[in-house]
Design a protein around this ligand. Structure first.
Ligand SMILES: Cc1cc2nc3c(=O)[nH]c(=O)nc-3n(C[C@H](O)[C@H](O)[C@H](O)COP(=O)(O)O)c2cc1C
Ligand SMILES: Nc1ncnc2c1ncn2[C@@H]1O[C@H](COP(=O)(O)OP(=O)(O)O)[C@@H](O)[C@H]1O
Length: 320
């Protein structure tokens, strides 16, 4: 897959010289509803014997429209993680548009001419609620008029889970509750975040539970604080782990939040490694123990729960 970063106004030389089927959306998290759009686009592309392209933005449009602070925005997927999922869904080109005021102020017809026809789309696939300007003048129904016969418009209906819409909002709510089963069911994969292993307080190894402290990618949305069954990818291999998101309250009051993973069957120094962590199951809230022995006893029980979990959840099923 080729990733093409574009800034408005863009240079025509960036655009591949061939027709494509174009899927449109912001796709935060690339959840099952989003996957439906991309799979549908893939089918159309295969039928027409064309490449599949996806267009998304570098950050959320709300930064421009609702004056949201870009520094504090949190996402279910970074641009890199989106790219990883798109690649696995068979996408050939990923257009990442810088969402700026200049881009946002395009009239619907200008957007369609420059960013749909301009990208050589033979067909456009998007969800039922996709807009490319004010809803009254820029919804999926009106896209056909702006197309002026240059491309086909395919609208994908809303995907529901037992009457509830599968949406990024519901996934964020599930993460805030530690309900990983729900979040992961809606996502269609196990929620994953990325980061780099940094030094902590060097206490873990003394407890018999060394932990990889993870500096998460900026803008990452974390599940609620607590202890989780996770898997962690180090250097291309997935391991089982038990993770904690919290403030190490047994040891220090007011410590910054840490994300740490005790990796099972592992004994390498991995400072500086880029890792991915998948969040399978919430075990419990963080506890303030009266001493180290109580903490260690609890960590042993968390480890046992982790081992039991992976007996019927094989690690090698990572698909998206
Ligand atoms: C699975 C797991 C569960 C944890 N649970 C708690 C907890 O309930 N309360 C707490 O104060 N610290 C908890 N911790 C954090 C430990 O206090 C921390 O790992 C230890 O202080 C080592 O910190 P260091 O990596 O900075 O050296 C947990 C850590 C792990 C890996
Ligand atoms: N099983 C393991 N799980 C996690 N980290 C491990 C493991 N074995 C060795 N390590 C290494 O040890 C480090 C954690 O040791 P720890 O004593 O918790 O120190 P610190 O808190 O300073 O990182 C990890 O960053 C990693 O490099």
């Amino acid at each position: 897959m080729e990733i093409i970063h574009m800034h408005h106004p863009y240079d025509q030389k960036l655009i591949p010289d061939e027709q494509v089927v174009l899927a449109l959306g912001y796709f935060d998290g690339v959840h099952r509803g989003h996957q439906e759009v991309i799979k549908r686009a893939k089918e159309v592309a295969e039928k027409k014997n064309l490449k599949l392209a996806v267009m998304s933005f570098n950050h959320h449009p709300s930064i421009v429209f609702q004056k949201m602070n870009p520094e504090t925005m949190q996402y279910l997927s970074t641009v890199n993680r989106k790219a990883e999922i798109f690649e696995r869904l068979g996408v050939d080109y990923f257009f990442v548009i810088s969402f700026t005021s200049a881009f946002a102020s395009l009239r619907p017809q200008e957007f369609v001419d420059q960013y749909i026809s301009g990208l050589h789309a033979a067909a456009v696939v998007a969800g039922f609620d996709y807009t490319y300007g004010p809803r009254e003048i820029a919804d999926m129904k009106q896209l056909v008029n702006y197309a002026k016969g240059r491309f086909e418009v395919i609208e994908v209906a809303e995907l529901k889970n037992e009457a509830e819409k599968i949406s990024s909002t519901h996934i964020r709510e599930a993460l805030a509750e530690g309900n990983m089963e729900k979040a992961n069911a809606y996502l269609g994969y196990v929620y994953q975040i990325e980061g780099t292993v940094i030094h902590g307080d060097a206490r873990g190894r003394l407890l018999g539970f060394p932990t990889a402290n993870i500096q998460t990618e900026k803008h990452t949305r974390l599940p609620r604080n607590g202890v989780y069954i996770v898997s962690i990818r180090v250097n291309g291999t997935w391991y089982r782990g038990t993770a904690s998101i919290g403030h190490n309250i047994t040891f220090e009051a007011g410590r910054d939040k840490t994300v740490e993973v005790y990796i099972l069957d592992f004994d390498k120094m991995i400072y500086g490694e880029d890792v991915a962590v998948r969040w399978h199951h919430f075990i419990r809230s963080e506890i303030k123990f009266s001493g180290v022995d109580e903490l260690i006893a609890q960590l042993k029980s968390d480890e046992a729960e982790t081992i039991a979990f992976f007996k019927d959840h094989p690690l090698d099923e990572v698909t998206l």
